[in-house]
Design a protein around this ligand. Structure first.
Ligand SMILES: *Cc1c(COP(=O)(O)O)cnc(C)c1O
Length: 334
C-alpha cells in the first residue's frame, strides 16, 4: 500500500514559526481533528508533545482518548459535554449548555459572523445565566473567523465583535477564562497577538492558504505521499492504459502500476488533465480504486510532496487533499 512520510524537521520548523507569532510555544493549541488533517492523530500528537505543545483540539471525545496522556488540555469541538479534568467542550448552542454534565469544563463559542456554529451576541446573557444554572465551569471563550484568509474588512469587524464578547464575559464576573480566536490564517496575518491561545491546524502541517501578500512566513509541507510498484510492462505505440483506455501510448514505453488509488483517498481527478507527480511523471489514464500508472519502473515513487500543488490540480484546497487520505495509510517519520 501507498505510504506517507512525515518530515519531523519541517513540522518543528512550522511550529517554531507559529511560536514566533504567538510569543511562546505554550500558547499553541495544535488542531488534530480528522486524523490530524490526514497526517495521523497519535503520531502527530506525540511529535507535538515532544516539541513542548501542551494543548490540543479535536472534534470528538474518541479522538481525545487516543492522545489523552500527551497534553495538559484537550478542547473537543463537537461532542456531548461530560465532566473531565482534562477535556473541555465547545458550546455551540444554548441547548448544549442545558444538556451538559454538571461540573464539566466548557468553552463558549461565539458567532461573530461565520454563522455556522456558536452563540449569537444577543444570546450571551442567556448563555451566562444557563452556565450558572447548569453548574458548568466556563474556562474559555472563543470565536472562529469567516474570512481570515481573505483580504476583506470582515476579518477586522469580527475581531472587533470578539473584543466586545471578551468584555461582556469579564463584566459577567467570570474569571480564569482563556480567550482564543485565531486559526492559521489569522495568526499568520496578525501583527500583535495578545490572546491566550491559537488554534492552528493547516499551518503546522505546512500550508498557508493566504494570498501571497502574507508570504513573510515560510512553512514547509510535513507530509509526502509515496507509492510502491505493483508490476511493470512494456507498451507498444497505440496501446491503451486503464479504464476507458483514456491514455494511448504514442511510442513504445515502460509503464508500471503503483499502489495508490481513489480507494486510498487520492483524487480520481480527470484523465484529460492528468496530475503530475512531484517527480514530474504524469498519471497515465484514469486513476483506479487501488492503482495508478506511471511511465517509470522505479520500485517507489513520490506522488506528492506538496498538497497545495495537488489541490490546485484538483480544484480544491490543501486541507481537503491531506484530510481525504485514508487513515490506514502507513506513516513513517523521517
Ligand atoms: C479546524 C479549526 C481550526 C484550525 O483551522 P486552520 O485553518 O486549519 O488553522 C481552528 N478553530 C476551529 C474552531 C476549527 O474548527
Amino acid at each position: 500500500m501507498a505510504f506517507i512520510k512525515i518530515n519531523k524537521q519541517n513540522f518543528y520548523h512550522n511550529l517554531n514559526q507559529i511560536a514566533l507569532k504567538t510569543g511562546s510555544v505554550e500558547k499553541i493549541a495544535i488542531v488534530l481533528k480528522d486524523n490530524a488533517y490526514g497526517h495521523g492523530l497519535e503520531l502527530m500528537g506525540k511529535l507535538a508533545s515532544e516539541f513542548g505543545i501542551r494543548h490540543a483540539v479535536v472534534r470528538k471525545t474518541a479522538e481525545a482518548e487516543q492522545i489523552r496522556s500527551l497534553f495538559e488540555t484537550i478542547l473537543i469541538l463537537g461532542d456531548s459535554i461530560i465532566k473531565d479534568e482534562k477535556y473541555s467542550f465547545t458550546i455551540n448552542t444554548l441547548e448544549d449548555i442545558k444538556k451538559a454534565q454538571k461540573g464539566a469544563k466548557v468553552e463558549l463559542k461565539v458567532d461573530t459572523g461565520m454563522h455556522r456554529n456558536g452563540i449569537a451576541l444577543d444570546e450571551l446573557d442567556e448563555a451566562f445565566a444557563l452556565i450558572e444554572e447548569q453548574g458548568v465551569d466556563l474556562i474559555g471563550v472563543m470565536t472562529h473567523y469567516r474570512s481570515s484568509d481573505e483580504l476583506s474588512s470582515e476579518f477586522f469587524w469580527q475581531q472587533k465583535q470578539f473584543e466586545t464578547v471578551k468584555q461582556r464575559v469579564k463584566e459577567a464576573g467570570f474569571t480564569n477564562v482563556r480567550v482564543h480566536s485565531h486559526n492559521t490564517a489569522a495568526i499568520l496575518r496578525s501583527k500583535s497577538f495578545d490572546e491566550d491561545l491559537v488554534r492552528v491546524g493547516i499551518g503546522i502541517y505546512g500550508y498557508n492558504e493566504l494570498p501571497h501578500l502574507f508570504d513573510e512566513v515560510t512553512l514547509y509541507p510535513v507530509m509526502s505521499l509515496h507509492a510502491k510498484k505493483i508490476s511493470s510492462k512494456v507498451l507498444k505505440a497505440g496501446e491503451r492504459i486503464g479504464y476507458g483506455g483514456d491514455f494511448i501510448a504514442t511510442e513504445d514505453m515502460t509503464v508500471s502500476t503503483y499502489d495508490l488509488g481513489y480507494g486510498d483517498g487520492w483524487s480520481r481527478g480527470n484523465s484529460a488533465q492528468p496530475y503530475v507527480t512531484s517527480e514530474g511523471l504524469p498519471v497515465l489514464g484514469r486513476v483506479s480504486m487501488d492503482s495508478i500508472s506511471l511511465e517509470s519502473d522505479k520500485e517507489e515513487v513520490c506522488v506528492m510532496d506538496d498538497a497545495q500543488v495537488a489541490a490546485k490540480q484538483f480544484g480544491t484546497i490543501s486541507y481537503e487533499v491531506t484530510t481525504g487520505l485514508s487513515a490506514d495509510i502507513a506513516k513513517e517519520v523521517i
